[in-house]
Design a protein. Structure first.
Length: 170
């Protein structure tokens, strides 16, 4: 028995992915094109395009948190040559003061001539980052290259889609 492929179903009804919902920062068209390019020859798990649309919509709703994390991963701001980062903030307030110990000349009792008080406050912020020295910059560059090659958000989504909707046979 021959099954309809994902591309065949999409050609039959190009609104197949109409209910696919991705968070800000991810493009639905890019995700769809990646799914079709990489997984389109696999037979579709469901033969009914209307049910498939419904299933794609519920699948994307269920995976919104995962998609949001992938979107953040895609736009994360970090330094690939820095394997250490720490930020410390400290706020301190000091109150101090004193008395001028000079008494009046015509008094037998101690009477301070003046009294002062002061308050100081301050903030201190430390941002330490860089390479702690356990790994060379060249090693970190090679590791970053491997990560960039393997962590393609749209391929991850396509793999998730294939796991949910394709019969993966060659």
């Amino acid at each position: 028995m021959k099954k309809i492929t994902l591309i065949g179903m999409y050609n039959y009804d190009n609104a197949l992915f109409a209910r696919l919902s991705l968070p800000e920062g991810l493009e639905a068209a890019t995700a769809i094109n990646t799914i079709l390019r990489e997984k389109g020859e696999f037979p579709a798990l469901y033969a009914d395009p209307d049910f498939m649309k419904f299933a794609i919509g519920t699948w994307s709703d269920e995976n919104q948190m995962t998609f949001e994390h992938l979107a953040k991963l895609r736009t994360a701001n970090y330094d690939p040559l820095s394997n250490y980062e720490r930020t410390e903030e400290e706020e301190a307030e000091n109150t101090g003061g004193g008395e001028n110990l000079v008494s009046a000349f015509n008094s037998t009792d101690y009477q301070p001539s003046s009294k002062d008080s002061s308050t100081t406050s301050g903030k201190r912020k430390l941002h330490a980052y860089g390479n702690i020295g356990m790994t060379t910059n060249a090693q970190m560059m090679l590791a970053e290259k491997k990560v960039v090659e393997r962590v393609n958000v749209y391929r991850i989504i396509a793999d998730m889609f294939a796991d949910a909707f394709c019969i993966k046979v060659f």
